[in-house]
Design a protein around this ligand. Structure first.
Ligand code: FES
Length: 371
C-alpha cells in the first residue's frame, strides 16, 4: 500500500488492496462495508426484504443469504461485513434453494392474494415468488383465525396484517428514519405483530403516530397502503411525475402518481435532497386540495356589507395599489407590512421583498416559515 492510500484509509474509507472474491471475481471493497453493499458496488444485486438503507440491519428476513467459504451456514449479506480475502457466492444452488424456501415460508405466514392487493405490481415478495416460479404454497397457510383483522380506522393508512411479513422495515423507518418511535415489534411467535404503544390503532390517542406515512413508504408488500389511493389504479397504469412539495419552504422532492391526469398518491423521491426519501403528513397525504370544489380560483373583494364578490385580477390589483397609496400618504410606508408565503419559490419571495423595500419604501417584510 502506498503512503497516499494509507492516508486515505485512515477514516476506514477506501483502502487500496482490500478485495474479496465475489462469485470467483476479485472485487474491491471499502472497510466497514457489508457484503450487500460491496456486491452492489461490484455490480451484483442481492435481493432484500428487510434491509432499509440508512438503518441498522436487522437480518430478519434472510432473503439476502449468501454462501461464504468456510462459514458453517449461509450468512445474511445485509448484516455481514466483508473482510479481505473473503470468498462469497451469491448465485449458488444452495443460496437459491434457501432463498426460495424463505419466500415459501413468508407466503405461508399470511394470506397473500395478489389479485386484490393494492401493492400488486409493486411488491418485493411477489417479485421473488415470480422469480422462483412458486405457483403453489409448499407449507400450510396461517389459519384465518390467527390473523389480526384489517385496521382501517385512520384516514390515511390501511394496515392489513394478513399481508405483513414482519420484516420490520416500518419499525425502522418510524424509529430510525423519522424518529417518531410510534411502532415496534410486539408479542411473540405466532402472535407477533407490529404494534403501536399499547397496541392501539394508529389514530388512537394512545398512539404516537403522526401519520407521516413513512411506514407505508417502506413497506415492501401490501401490509401498509395509502387509504386514499385504494382502488384508484395499479402501478403500471400510473405515470410518476417528480415535483417539489407545495407546502413549507424545505423543498422536499416527491413523486406524483398520476392516472388519467389525476394524482392518486404521493411518495417521496429516494436519494434526493433535502428529504432523502421522507415526507411529512401534509406532503404525503394532503394533495387533494387541488381538486376541492371550494378552491379559490379568482380574487375576492369584500364589499361594504361584508360580503365577498368575485373580481378580475386587474380590478383587484388596482384596488390594492390605491389602498397602499392611501396608507403611505396618511401614515408613511412603515404602516405597511408584508408576509410572503412559505409555498412561494425563491424568485417570488425575492421579488416581494424588493417590491416592499424599493417600491413601497419599508423594510417591514417577512417570510412565513410555517403554513
Ligand atoms: Fe438481509 Fe433481510 S435483507 S436479512
Amino acid at each position: 500500500m502506498s503512503e497516499m492510500t494509507a492516508i486515505l484509509s485512515w477514516k476506514g474509507e477506501y483502502k487500496m488492496g482490500d478485495s474479496f472474491l465475489l462469485n470467483g471475481k476479485e472485487t474491491p471493497f471499502q472497510q466497514g462495508q457489508t457484503i450487500l453493499e460491496a456486491a452492489k458496488n461490484g455490480g451484483v444485486e442481492i435481493p432484500t426484504l428487510c434491509y432499509l438503507k440508512g438503518s441498522a440491519p436487522t437480518g430478519a428476513c434472510r432473503i439476502c443469504c449468501v454462501e461464504v467459504k468456510g462459514a458453517r451456514s449461509l450468512v445474511a449479506a445485509c448484516s455481514t461485513p466483508v473482510t479481505p480475502g473473503m470468498e462469497v457466492f451469491t448465485d449458488s444452488e444452495l443460496v437459491h434453494r434457501a432463498r426460495k424456501m424463505n419466500v415459501e415460508f413468508l407466503l405461508a405466514s399470511g394470506k397473500h392474494n395478489c389479485l386484490m392487493c393494492e401493492s400488486n405490481g409493486n411488491c418485493r415478495l411477489q417479485d421473488l415468488a415470480y422469480f422462483y416460479k412458486i405457483t403453489k404454497l409448499k407449507f400450510p397457510e396461517k389459519d384465518e383465525k390467527e390473523i389480526y383483522p384489517i385496521e382501517d380506522v385512520n384516514p390515511f393508512i390501511i394496515r392489513d396484517f394478513s399481508r405483513c411479513i414482519l420484516c420490520g422495515r416500518c419499525v425502522q423507518a418510524c424509529n430510525e428514519v423519522v424518529v417518531n418511535r410510534a411502532i415496534s415489534q410486539g408479542y411473540r411467535g405466532k402472535k407477533s405483530k407490529i404494534v403501536t404503544g399499547g397496541d392501539a390503532a394508529y389514530n388512537d390517542d394512545l398512539s404516537e403516530c403522526v401519520f407521516c406515512g413513512q411506514c407505508v413508504e417502506v413497506c415492501p408488500v401490501g401490509a401498509l397502503t395509502e387509504k386514499k389511493a385504494k382502488g384508484l389504479g395499479r402501478p403500471w397504469e400510473t405515470q410518476k411525475i417528480r415535483t417539489t412539495c407545495p407546502y413549507c419552504g424545505v423543498g422536499c422532492q416527491q413523486w406524483l402518481h398520476v392516472k388519467d391526469g389525476k394524482i392518486i398518491k404521493v411518495t417521496a423521491v429516494e436519494d434526493a435532497q433535502p428529504n432523502q426519501g421522507r415526507l411529512c403528513v401534509k406532503g404525503r397525504f394532503a394533495y387533494d386540495f387541488i381538486y376541492s370544489e371550494e378552491r379559490l380560483k379568482t380574487p375576492l373583494i369584500r364589499e361594504k356589507n361584508g360580503e365577498f364578490r368575485t373580481a378580475s385580477w386587474d380590478e383587484t390589483l388596482d384596488l390594492v395599489a390605491d389602498k397602499f397609496k392611501e396608507i403611505i400618504k396618511k401614515d408613511g410606508p412603515d404602516a405597511i407590512a408584508g408576509v410572503s408565503c412559505a409555498r412561494s419559490i425563491n424568485e417570488d419571495s425575492y421579488q416581494m421583498q424588493k417590491f416592499f423595500r424599493a417600491v413601497l419604501g419599508t423594510n417591514n417584510i417577512d417570510h412565513c416559515a410555517r403554513t
